[in-house]
Design a protein around this ligand. Structure first.
Ligand code: COA
Ligand code: AMP
Length: 637
């Protein structure tokens, strides 16, 4: 514990000295002399005058250091039956050629490139190619619908869009090109070029004037060199759900991110160069950006890129097979994946087929590791089962059990302790510190450590309003939680309208905008309710307009289809209830927390501000009749 305390205190008391030391662990073209500066909003910026290139640090540097023949990527795709290994040298060469292809299309330092790809090695090649040129990538998860892609294209204004012809799910091939075409048609901003990786499962028609075939472009491209960028120059924009309909473009800088990821690979994940790291996520999420793409290669490790699911590809033993086959040392996924495995293979019979003695730690994040899943894993495995907490904005863990620094006993339900650099505090509504065991808003005192968001793309006001305004001097995480007497941190859930479905962050406000846009809907609320598998799922409660004469089932189905069409299947919006009234305060605010408590079968008090107490009974009965929430959950367990 004292090793942790010493390191933590130093990171908080002398942040500049601490991070200047860590910065030496990655290769710079020009090492930074300015370590910490503050922007106009008093937000921390790191390593402003240093010059580097993250593609160089992750690939060229390792080739130069003699790692050229070491695998950089193990790609494993049970959905297509393919496997492929790329060494560091092969990866560097593919990236340099694709960067040359992008350059030939006019992409320069600072330009944006939107990437819409499944879990194929070329997704990583495209990301690194952007980094090589100093261009800013914005990867959009494949489960998002054309509208969501259009919103991101319009906001990021990319010069080029890079996509694959299709994604492959468990039982079907999903065409991507029509989604890209529709998104470009919907967006006011038009990219100059669209590069398509043709996959043999479904080739796309490249008929439009802006379309280019990946392979043809690369065949004639000259390899491009790494372009030096400043420590504070942007590496990527990653959109995430906020509380409104418009996603937030989280901007990540280059130098601070590289330093933080490298540090995390050592102290949190205990990874040494040459070892294998497997993060079962998707390049479309922050976990994918940080711990599939950048961190493992910055550290000289091998990363496993998995195009498959925890179950059904072909069975619930998939993760055990991958760990054993690739000799994975640290494995990282979302708790929901293990809930799915546990459901199909409750006694973990499939694990008996595999030797997973290589595994030294299992990390979980994306949502709280619920105690039943923690205990199931803890009983099953001989290695530490570690919940760690972070978010798209921070880019790396805020709280964890630091395996490479000072492993601590785990506690079910806790993400253990703040990672060095993160001065985590719990505040009450008035901004006063809470005592041990008292729940409040979880905030981080400025300066945030390197690696965290630089801002919201072209929207400093939104950045300030969303994160800095609530408690001056502190970054608002949006999560609620408490610290116990031993300093262990417990994150208990969001305090805003963001929900977490199967480890994916979604905005109920955005779904409400879509549902409320249906001509028959007068009023609606979308809430996140407990789900035994996905953690939470959204449920819509809808009041039709006066005079609505259609049938309710048709309306419900239309609303489900609308959300799928506008946001995408990943929203998992599958339940809508038509009700006569919704519980509201006298000032007209819908009592969403109360609705959640009713759905989850939790005790609730009736607030004195409620306008029409009988509305509660209405909602209660509608949920019971349709087995929404607790009733449904009970039947599934
Ligand atoms: N492209 C297109 N569609 C996609 C997609 C992609 N990349 N990923 C998911 N979808 C679709 C699915 O096909 C599904 O559509 P459907 O409603 O037509 O069936 C929908 O989006 C929901 O997908 P998913 O959440 O994956 O649900 P599932 O029931 O297929 O699988 C789990 C359940 C638990 C196995 C799955 O959610 C899972 O693997 N979760 C782990 C999540 C994770 O790793 N998160 C990373 C954060 S750390
Ligand atoms: P995302 O930005 O998609 O990574 O989602 C971040 C949000 O997921 C956080 O603000 C939390 O609400 C939740 N989350 C992620 N990891 C954890 C965890 N280990 N424990 C509790 N909540 C978590």
């Amino acid at each position: 514990m004292s090793r942790y305390h010493d390191e933590f205190r130093r990171s908080i008391d002398q942040p500049e000295a601490f991070w200047a030391e860590q910065a030496k662990r990655i290769p710079w073209f020009t090492p930074p002399s300015t370590i910490l500066t503050r922007d106009e909003g008093d937000h921390a910026r790191w390593f402003q005058d240093g010059e580097l290139n993250l593609c160089h640090a992750a690939l060229d540097h390792h080739v130069a250091q003699g790692r050229g023949d070491q695998p950089a990527i193990y790609w494993d795709s049970p959905v297509t039956g393919a496997k492929r290994t790329l060494t560091y040298r092969e990866m560097r060469d593919e990236v340099a050629h694709f960067a040359g292809a992008l350059q030939a299309l006019g992409v320069e330092k600072g330009d944006r490139v939107v990437i819409y790809m499944p879990m194929v090695p070329e997704a990583l090649v495209a990301m690194y190619a952007c980094a090589r040129l100093g261009a800013v990538h914005s990867v959009v998860f494949g489960g998002f619908a054309p509208h969501e892609l259009a919103v991101r294209i319009e906001d990021a204004e990319p010069r080029v869009v890079v996509a694959a012809s299709c994604g492959v799910e468990v039982d079907r091939v999903l065409p991507y090109k029509p989604i890209v075409d529709q998104a470009i048609a919907q967006s006011a901003h038009k990219p100059e070029a669209c590069v398509i990786l043709q996959r043999e499962q479904l080739r796309a028609d490249l008929g439009a004037a802006i379309d280019h075939d990946w392979a043809t472009l690369v065949a004639s491209a000259e390899p491009a060199d790494c372009v030096a960028v400043k420590g504070t120059d942007p590496l990527y924009i990653l959109y995430t759900s906020g509380t409104t309909g418009k996603p937030k473009g989280v901007v990540r800088d280059t130098g601070g991110y590289g330093v933080a990821l490298h540090y995390s690979m050592e102290v949190i994940y205990d990874m040494a160069p040459g070892e294998v790291f497997f993060s079962a996520s998707d390049v479309g999420w922050v976990v994918g950006h940080s711990y599939i793409v950048y961190a493992p290669l910055l550290r000289g490790c091998t990363t496993v890129v998995y195009e498959g699911k925890p179950v059904r590809t072909p069975d619930a033993g998939a993760f055990w097979r991958l760990i054993s086959e690739y000799r994975v040392k640290s494995f990282f996924t979302a708790p929901t994946a293990f809930r799915a495995i546990k459901k199909e293979d409750p006694d973990a019979r499939l694990l008996e087929q595999y030797d997973i003695s290589c595994l030294k730690a299992l990390f979980l994040a994306g949502e709280r590791l619920d105690p039943p899943t923690f205990h199931w894993l803890d009983d099953l495995l001989d290695v530490p089962v570690i919940d760690h907490w972070w978010q798209t904005e921070t880019g790396w863990p805020i709280a964890a059990n630091l395996q490479g620094l000072a492993p601590m006993p785990t506690k079910a339900g806790s993400a253990t302790v703040p990672v060095p650099g993160f001065d985590v505090q719990i505040l009450d509504r008035e901004g006063q510190p809470e005592g041990p065991m008292e729940q409040g808003s979880v905030v981080i005192k400025q300066p945030l450590p390197p690696g965290c968001l630089a801002g919201i793309w072209r929207d400093p006001q939104r950045f300030h309003a969303a994160y800095m305004a609530a408690f001056p001097g502190y970054y608002l995480t949006g999560d609620g939680g408490y610290v116990d007497e031993e300093g262990y941190l417990f994150i208990m859930g969001r305090t805003d309208d963001v929900i977490n479905v199967a480890g994916h962050r979604l905005s109920t406000g955005e779904m409400e905008e879509v549902v409320g846009g249906h001509p028959a809907v007068a009023e609606c609320a979308v809430i996140g309710i407990h789900d035994h598998l996905k953690g939470q799922v959204p449920v819509g409660l809808v009041i039709p307009k006066d005079g609505f004469e259609g049938d309710e089932v048709t309306l419900e189905n239309e609303l489900i289809a609308l959300v799928r069409e506008q946001i995408g299947p990943i929203a998992c919006f599958k339940q809508v209830l038509v009700v006569d009234r919704l519980p509201k305060t006298r000032s007209g605010k819908i009592l969403r927390k109360l609705l959640r408590n009713i759905a989850d079968g939790q005790a609730y008090g009736v607030p004195s501000t409620i306008d029409d107490p009988a509305s509660l009974q209405d909602v209660h009965e509608a949920m019971k009749a349709r087995e929404v929430g607790a009733a449904h959950d009970a039947r599934q367990q």
